[in-house]
Design a protein around this ligand. Structure first.
Ligand code: NDP
Length: 283
């Protein structure tokens, strides 16, 4: 058989993008399965986005991740978009299949999968989100589509919070509420799953945590963070100290990376290898 020296190309377009760690876990997965794939972390400014998107087909790439500021700008380039990504209004993963660009959003799906891996059900559950940005939107929509009874959003900006609650109400069967985020915010009684979907606590500001009344967190809650560096945030430490089950943002990130891996390669992702690679990276 003739040798094939050509690698299959995937990667991420973003700006800023230098600190994006996804390549570490994807490359670890490719190596573990002996796949001749490369994940390239590429700086693409908004002015060059059109050229970059055209290069997907020109370079016969398998697909691409989109991060800030391209998750919405990519929409007009797509031939097909998943139902959830359409509701979220943003795409973070594109696969090129027979010359067609197909977009999905794996941010929220990764979160739901991280819950499933910890045997935390969503059906009929009350979800509380801190934040209403891109990550919060993907998580709120996917939790609602997975059968959550309600999604309550606490957010600093009322406009963002109201808009997200309306999106969930318009497109899913879940109830959705926006509430202004007060200082020392109490978490409502009966909350099953509490999620920090803000960047508060991200390295190098790892000593910070969201301004809530931590004594209203109970042992019956599952508490999760989107912040993945550090793996165990001050928010999660405070929740664990009240007996809550905790799920880190690293799990969500790896689940999302594993979903992308499968979308591009068609193969089951080696989750443990990818998780360990990222954990080592942040150690
Ligand atoms: P956005 O900028 O879209 O949204 C940020 C949200 O956090 C907004 O709702 C904003 O409120 C709120 N916020 C920011 N700072 C504060 C503050 N000091 N006090 C109160 N609220 C605040 O960001 P993303 O949603 O894209 O990303 C959020 C975090 O999620 C990032 O740290 C990102 O790295 C992480 N992430 C993790 C993933 C994972 O797989 N683990 C996947 C995707 C993202 P307002 O609306 O008022 O501005």
């Amino acid at each position: 058989m003739e040798k094939n020296y050509r690698a299959e190309l995937v990667g991420v377009f973003g700006d800023p993008v230098d600190g994006n760690p996804t390549g570490v876990l994807e490359e670890a997965g490719f190596a573990a399965l002996g796949l001749n794939y490369r994940y390239l972390t590429m700086k693409v400014t908004p002015e060059d986005f059109d050229t970059a998107m055209k290069s997907l087909k020109a370079l016969h790439m398998k697909g691409i991740n989109l991060t800030m500021p391209h998750k919405i700008a990519v929409l007009p380039y797509l031939d097909e978009i998943s139902p959830a990504a359409r509701i979220i209004g943003a795409v973070n993963t594109v696969v090129v299949r027979e010359g067609r660009l197909i977009g999905d959003n794996t941010d929220g799906k990764g979160f739901v999968q991280a819950l499933q891996m910890e045997q935390v059900p969503l059906k009929g559950k009350k979800v509380v989100l801190l934040g209403a940005g891109g990550a919060a939107k993907a998580i709120a929509v996917e939790c609602a589509l997975a059968g959550a009874a309600s999604v309550t959003i606490f957010n600093r900006s009322a406009a963002h919070g109201e808009e997200l609650a309306q999106t969930v109400r318009d497109h899913t069967d879940a109830q959705a509420f926006y509430q202004p985020w007060e200082a020392g915010q109490a978490i409502p009684e009966g909350t099953d799953i509490l999620i920090n979907a803000t960047p508060i606590g991200f390295h190098p500001d790892a000593s910070r945590k969201p301004d809530i009344d931590y004594d209203t967190i109970t042992a019956s809650m599952t508490v999760s963070d989107v912040v993945f560096n550090p793996d165990i945030t001050e928010f999660l430490k405070a929740a664990a100290a009240r007996g809550a089950k905790t799920i880190s943002g690293l799990g969500m990130l790896v689940c999302q990376g594993a979903l992308n891996f499968t979308i591009w390669t068609g193969k089951e992702a080696p989750y443990d290898v990818m998780y360990e690679a990222l954990k080592k990276e942040f150690a």
